[in-house]
Design a protein around this ligand. Sequence first.
Ligand code: FAD
Length: 390
Amino acid sequence: MQAWDVIVIGAGAAGLMCAAEAGRRGRRVLVLDHGKRIGRKILMSGGGRCNFTNYQVEPKAFLCANPHFVKSALARYTQWDFIALVDKHGIDYHEKTLGQLFCDDSAQNIVDMLVKECDQAGVSIRLRAEVLEVDRLGEGFMVATHNEAYSCHSLVVATGGLSMPKIGASPFGYKLAEQFGLRVLPTRAGLVPFTLQPEDKQSLEPLAGVSLPVVAESEDGTRFAESLLFTHRGLSGPAVLQISSYWQPGERVRFELLPAGRLAEGVADSPNQELKTWLGRQLPKRLVEALLAREGLVNKPLKQYTPRELAAIEERLAAWSLQPGGTEGYRTAEVTLGGVDTHELSSKTMMANRVPNLYFVGEVMDVTGWLGGYNFQWAWSSGWCAGQVV
Ligand code: FAD
């Protein structure tokens, strides 16, 4: 049985960061991944350009049943630390919107950078190596793949979440946590498009391709000002992906299509204009037609509406409410909500409080970031923290 100081399960963002840091400290580190390529999710992220962090990383951008948990790691390894690493490797990047940083060229740059960091730190990476079994061995662990068994002092579980099963997502990390008696919080898809109720399909499906800026609001009052995109399957776009993480089945979502007060301005400025014409100057025309039909709005010159009618129209446009049928699920979700309960882990080291030398980093734990580079920042920060101590 080959002996290692540290075995990391998962050659994704968190696992590679942790491995490089541990290797730099002189630890003999082996990374095992069942995939054919290193960092597959990084490669497909951000439309192939990897939104690797955000200028404005704050704890409030993370969902976690234990909200203070993320603070320590995010403060110890910040977005500025990761940006410095990207700079050190001469990778060009740009801010797209809302502080989101993307590679100019390709997400491959980030994978190459992590592989180089691992190489320089003497880390070994084995692909096509699915970890099938883990057992306690003294103070450390025995780790078995289909054809090898290894021993290690520290075991780092960096197996990610359940989204994108086609590229290797697996529940292995959750099962391992449960095997060692750690609580795993229920998982569900996050940052995911909504599907429609059957009764909404007829009126909304023809809007596929229509996009507009909105404010999306969940029933718990969380709000995101971003774009809404109608698709053949339902609703998508950044506003929907963001709010999906705060949505529970059966709940409604509200969209501010037109800010309150705008219609009153329209009545004052263009009293003779018909509602449809006026709205067509504020919103995409296809949406206006669908809304008039769907909401049963009568079309006439603005000055002919009574104040009560105007208030009702304004209310519908400022808080257009819809009950999604569901989400597209893990097939298209960017992240998995829930996972290993962070109450079980040290926020400083990511080690399991009750299982010495067992660590969890990245998305496998119950920490989920907003859209915008936050999930990778969590992978870097949590991986780095574990890398200092494993
Ligand atoms: P992963 O990157 O998922 O790595 C886990 C690794 O573990 C995988 O390589 C898997 O093969 C391996 N593994 C699992 N089980 C086993 C086993 N039993 N044995 C061996 N290996 C195993 N976040 C952002 O911040 N910015 C973005 O631009 C962005 N874009 C995204 C786009 C898409 C399409 C998706 C799906 C996600 C995106 N995310 C983005 C989210 C981000 O990719 C993840 O949060 C991040 O990759 C999590 O890193 P991780 O290291 O925890 O897990």
